[in-house]
Design a protein around this ligand. Structure first.
Ligand code: ZN
Length: 413
């Protein structure tokens, strides 16, 4: 990037003009990126290699963020003081540490806090640095998904919360904090929020901590946290959101379009809501809608293509060409979760097999024996006392589908 100011006053005008995350030219979203910058102020040439700037994702226009302008101002003053005509500046690697999570000493970049629009203008927290993004591998979240004392919920493609349940039972949670994903698939939490977690959880997070890649403004998380553009959807909708996230992640990564019968899926999605009365018919109707969306709503041929991308020829199952959606999804999840320790794929996949059982039940030509067996299979799998407890069956099935699609949504990023 090159920027030219004929006078110091002109630069000061720019310095006083606060740059936001939306591009002033095209209203696209600007992300913070590293770039070499040459800045000329009143004939003095200042070279930075590199420094952080804001770049519009739509039109490519570049802007100087707040902290970078402060750096440029300092550099200009140095060059003038030393009576030079130019100066070259390289990052010193200096990392300022804020008064949060001192013991864990997480890696983060204080320049994100000062440069990403809005973060340091935080009047809610008296200690500086609360809204500093800390970046983690997404596997951290997968770890918490598997632990019963934590609750992880994802509301949208890139926004959710993680909570620790209160063991005393007095409150719902010990703590509950939001997280997001950036466009690079990195998990982001605020430094000040992490500080509110217990030490054990902070320790679990530590090995997943990665250096900042500065990306965050193009995320639901940033929009929700900074601009409050957000409402929390019900669990039934979250399952659908994660299915869509999975399809779009795979499309972006492998150019494979897993969607199937999109119009029909939308029709069935209208039926996806919590039943008011838990009769067998009402529950069967919702569960059947899920079967149409979550099993038949995937293109089997494209799932098979994805399987072939993920598995080398010698690794493939001899029968995979005859597999249908559930088996293929199971194998795909198995591959995507390779980096996750101790994940019980069979149990995570169980809600899809239940959907299949329900479809058998709805087939009216069944013998009484077969109906009995299928019902028994449903209650044993879900750990429910009796088939007449439809509310328990429904709640357990939805809970498991939510967990499964949380995994699928996160691991495909
Ligand atoms: Zn633009």
């Amino acid at each position: 990037m090159e920027c030219y100011f004929s006078s110091y006053d002109e630069f000061k005008n720019e310095y006083e003009n606060y740059r936001f995350d939306d591009c002033s030219d095209c209203e696209g979203i600007c992300e913070l990126v590293e770039s070499d910058v040459t800045c000329i102020i009143e004939g003095k040439i200042l070279k930075f290699s590199p420094i952080l700037i804001l770049r519009c994702k739509k039109c490519g226009k570049e802007f100087l963020p707040e902290h970078t302008k402060q750096m440029i101002d300092g550099a200009y003053r140095t060059v003038v003081k030393e009576k030079q005509s130019m100066g070259e500046f390289h990052p010193t690697g200096y990392k300022k540490k804020f008064d949060y999570c001192i013991q864990q000493d997480y890696e983060y970049d204080h320049r994100d806090y000062y440069n990403i629009p809005g973060l340091c203008y935080d009047e809610e927290h008296s200690v500086e640095g609360f809204l500093t993004p800390v970046y983690f591998e997404k596997e951290a979240l997968v770890f918490f998904l598997a632990m019963p004392e934590y609750e992880v919920e994802i509301f949208s493609e890139s926004y959710g919360y993680i909570a620790k349940k209160d063991s005393s039972g007095l409150y719902q949670y010990d703590w509950n904090i939001p997280f997001g994903f950036n466009t690079n698939g990195k998990l982001i939490m605020w430094l000040g929020d992490i500080d509110e977690m217990d030490d054990k959880t902070k320790g679990i997070l530590k090995p997943f901590n990665v250096p900042s890649d500065h990306l965050m403004t193009d995320s639901e998380f940033y929009r929700a946290q900074m601009k409050c553009i957000f409402s929390e959807p019900i669990i039934e909708k979250r399952i659908l959101i994660n299915k869509e996230a999975f399809i779009s992640n795979i499309e972006k990564k492998y150019s494979i379009d897993l969607s199937h019968l999109t119009d029909e899926c939308q029709e069935h999605e209208k039926k996806v809501k919590r039943p008011v009365v838990f009769t067998e018919t009402a529950v069967a109707e919702v569960i059947n809608a899920y079967d149409k969306i979550l099993v038949e709503g995937f293109n089997v041929n494209e799932l098979r293509k994805l399987y072939e991308v993920l598995y080398d020829p010698f690794e493939r199952n001899a029968k995979y060409t005859s597999w249908q959606s559930i088996k293929l999804l199971e194998a795909i999840l198995g591959k995507l979760s390779l980096s996750v320790k101790n994940m019980d794929i069979a149990s995570v996949m169980s809600p899809l097999y239940i959907l299949h059982d329900y479809r058998i039940l709805l087939d009216h030509l069944l013998s009484a024996d077969k109906i009995y067996d299928t019902k028994q299979h449903i209650i044993t799998t879900l750990g429910v006392q009796s088939f007449s407890d439809q509310e328990a069956i429904y709640n357990e099935e939805i809970k498991r589908l939510n967990i499964l699609f949380n995994y699928i949504g996160i691991l495909s990023k």
